[in-house]
Design a protein around this ligand. Structure first.
Ligand SMILES: [Zn+2]
Length: 61
């Protein structure tokens, strides 16, 4: 059972974007569709761009 995938990144299940503008566009869409404020950041694992929910308050994930 050593079938380890080559891409074992902590962000494997996240949406990834090639450019910041793409991520920012998606963030804007989700913002007015769901009212969710998202933060765009460049991932240090895969080098792509992700969206992060900016949650304030309790530290529960
Ligand atoms: Zn990533």
């Amino acid at each position: 059972m050593d079938n380890t995938p080559p891409e074992l990144l902590p962000c494997a299940d996240k949406m990834a974007f090639d450019t910041k503008s793409e991520a920012q566009t998606e963030a804007n869409v989700l913002r007015w569709r769901r009212g969710t404020k998202l933060k765009v950041y460049k991932c240090r694992y895969c080098g792509l761009w992700h969206l992060s929910t900016h949650s304030t308050g309790s530290g529960s994930p």
